[in-house]
Each structure stands twice: as structure tokens, then as C-alpha cells.
Design a protein around this ligand. Structure first.
Ligand code: GUN
Length: 284
């Protein structure tokens, strides 16, 4: 029987830690503030944005909300980012993705001041991550590391296999595991003998976007499994990229879906808002 890693509890612990530090900042006359920008009416994005604003409220972080119509010209969005970049009262800028097709996502992400890039998506912050000096780390990958460490699993010297090489999860989580002294293999759809490579893993991170892709025969006894996938099945239920029923009996630690990695993304966003605010006030 594996230990189930409780992402909901760990994310609450992190938000409580942020809340405490926010109180300390406010005592110094500093109020952390996050600007959240949503363009269009994508229902999933609306839910994410609502949850991000709620988390801000919980942590005592001020949130500024910009809900722009689908037809917003790219120039107008860029002008809003420019003004928030210059506003000293705004510490973090989050542009919810995906953006409507007529807006160039790369151009938008590049426009955000790297010091206010609480998503950790700006190439400057990705560069810092690659040299092991990141302050603002992409939230989901940083959340995976917190889940592993707070479960008491030491990453140093462990064989870490990451399945998936996306810019938002696979690649950055590999870099973070390396920074924690893991021995990292990043695999993808062209990897030969994927099952064999996965069986070498002490720590396996699944970020493929394919429901129940990692099965029990692909893991070894005692593995720690972090499942980043969130897939909706035909019956409406959520499932991960890991086939929980066949993998769990072999794992020592495993994250469930839902309630594993999912809640960590917003908790790490709150942590990044705090870090951004502290950096901008010369506190780190
Ligand atoms: N859309 C889905 N996930 C994310 C995220 O982590 N950040 C942003 N900005 N947009 C998203």
C-alpha cells in the first residue's frame, strides 16, 4: 500500500505559510498585489482565474482583475502589461492562457517584466531555472518538487524519470529535479523502450496528457510517482496520466488525481507573488 501524497493538505500548508509572511510584510507597510488578466470567456480559464483570486484573498494578497473581451486587440493587451510593469503597487502579472488566436502568446509573455512574472514563463526566468538560480519558478513544476520534498523523499542521487517534455511542465520539472541533485532522464513520444526507462525510476513524474498512460508494468517496487495529468473521462470523472489502480500497489508514494498536483499550482503562484513582492522591496 502506497502512501498517498495529500496535495490538498500540502497546498493549504503553503498558503498558510504565505498568509503568515504577508501579515509580516503588511506590518512593514508593504501590501503584495497580483494583477490577473483574462481575455475572452473560456469557461475553464474563468474557473482558474476565480480560484486564483480566491487564493489571493485567503493569503491576504490584493488582486487586481482585468477581464477583457475576446476581441481585444493585441496592442491593447500589451499596453495594459506595459502600464502594470510600471506600476510599483503591482508586484505580479498573470495573463491567463490560452489567449484568443489573434494574440501572439510568446509576444505577450515576453512583454511581462521578468521581476513580475509570477508564472515563471518568461525566457529570462526559464534561463535562470536552467542555471539553477531561479527565483520565480513555473508553478506546477515547483509544486511537484514541494510534494516530493514535503513527503520526506530525498531527491539527491535518485533516478528521476520525467515523462513528457513540454515547456510548462516536462522541461522545467527536469531542471528542478537536477537542481535538487537528482539524476534526470526526460522522455517523450520518440523515446525507445519507454517502459524500460520508466522501470529504472526511483521518482517518476508523468506529464504526458494521456489518461492512465503509465501502467503498473512500467514501474518498479518502491517508486515515488507524481502525476501531473488532469484528464476528463467519458463518465465525467477526472483521471491522471497514471493508471492509479495498477501503479499504486507498487509505489511507496503516489499523488492522487484530483487532490495531488492540481491544488499545488495555485499555492506556488501565491508563493511566487510573495517572492516577487519581497524582491521588489529589496527584501531578497
Ligand atoms: N492556463 C493553464 N494553466 C495556466 C497557468 O499555470 N498559468 C497561466 N497563466 N495560464 C494557464
Amino acid at each position: 500500500m502506497a502512501n498517498i501524497i495529500d496535495g490538498k493538505q500540502i497546498s493549504t500548508d503553503i498558503k498558510n505559510e504565505v498568509q503568515k509572511e504577508v501579515i509580516e510584510l503588511k506590518d512593514k507597510g508593504i501590501e503584495p498585489c497580483l494583477a490577473v488578466i483574462l481575455v475572452g470567456e473560456n469557461p475553464a480559464s474563468q474557473v482558474y482565474v476565480r480560484n486564483k483570486k480566491r487564493a489571493c484573498e485567503y493569503c491576504g494578497i490584493k488582486s487586481l482583475s482585468y477581464e477583457l473581451p475576446e476581441s481585444t486587440p493585441e496592442e491593447e493587451l500589451l499596453a495594459l502589461i506595459d502600464s502594470l510593469n510600471l506600476d510599483p503597487a503591482c508586484n505580479g502579472i498573470l495573463v491567463q492562457l490560452p489567449l484568443p488566436g489573434h494574440i501572439d502568446e510568446d509576444k505577450v509573455l515576453l512583454r511581462i517584466d521578468p521581476k513580475k512574472d509570477v508564472d515563471g514563463f518568461h525566457p529570462y526566468n526559464v534561463g535562470l531555472l536552467s542555471i539553477g538560480k531561479a527565483k520565480l519558478k513555473a508553478c506546477t513544476p515547483a509544486g511537484c518538487i514541494e510534494l516530493i520534498k514535503r513527503s520526506g523523499v530525498d531527491i539527491t542521487g535518485k533516478k528521476c524519470v520525467v515523462v513528457g517534455r513540454s515547456n510548462i511542465v516536462g522541461k522545467p520539472v527536469g531542471m528542478l529535479l537536477l537542481a535538487e541533485n537528482g539524476t534526470v532522464i526526460t522522455t517523450h513520444s520518440k523515446t525507445k523502450d519507454l517502459a524500460g526507462v520508466c522501470r529504472q525510476a526511483d521518482i517518476l513524474v508523468a506529464a504526458i496528457g494521456k489518461p492512465k498512460f503509465i501502467t503498473g508494468d512500467m514501474v518498479s517496487e518502491g517508486v515515488t510517482v507524481i502525476d501531473v495529468g488532469i484528464n476528463r473521462m467519458e463518465n465525467g470523472k477526472l483521471c491522471g496520466d497514471v493508471d492509479f489502480d495498477s501503479v499504486e500497489p507498487k509505489a511507496e508514494y503516489i499523488t492522487p488525481v484530483p487532490g495531488g498536483v492540481g491544488p499545488m499550482t495555485i499555492a506556488m503562484l501565491m508563493k511566487n507573488c510573495l517572492t516577487a513582492c519581497r524582491m521588489q522591496n529589496g527584501l531578497e
